[in-house]
Design a protein around this ligand. Structure first.
Ligand code: DQA
Length: 139
């Protein structure tokens, strides 16, 4: 079983970026934990700050992977192109947000990706990624 986590803009700065909101752990540290939690799964990780690269990655993995965990960062609130990419591929996508976007600024309350995704996990910190993988593994 192959699952990929795709993180969007500014999520490369987890650990140092606004730690009161996003925590103090780097994603690389958390990814090591995930790999230990799911030893039977081929788990990949990709991060980009560029919308087009995120779309290219969705196209690349979207017909061969069993699931995609996507935190598109601020693009979640703005990108019709990413929504179209999710609609175009076959792999199920679970949208994750580390912070509770509904408790933050109004512009974060709408996700253009949510309607194209299987479901969304919001506000549960990094644990949201683990829960998303568990859902995808359960099939
Ligand atoms: C985020 C929430 C977005 O609103 C924000 O732009 C991010 C991170 C989250 O994981 O909580 O970059 O997706």
């Amino acid at each position: 079983m192959k699952i990929i986590i795709i993180n969007g803009p500014n999520l490369n700065l987890l650990g140092t970026r606004e730690p009161a909101i996003y925590g103090k752990k780097t994603f690389e540290e958390y990814f090591e934990f995930l790999q230990m939690e799911f030893p039977g799964i081929t788990l990949h990780y990709f991060q980009s700050n560029h919308e087009g690269e995120l779309i290219d990655k969705l196209h690349e993995v979207g017909f061969t992977y069993n699931g995609i965990v996507l935190n598109a960062g601020a693009f979640s609130h703005t990108s019709i192109a990413l929504a179209d990419a999710i609609a175009a591929i076959e792999a199920p996508v679970v949208e994750v947000h580390i912070s509770n976007v509904y408790a933050r600024e109004p512009f974060r309350h709408r996700s253009l990706l949510a309607a194209q995704s299987m479901g969304c996990i919001v506000g549960l910190g990094l644990m949201g990624y683990q829960l998303a993988i568990e859902f995808l593994v359960a099939g």
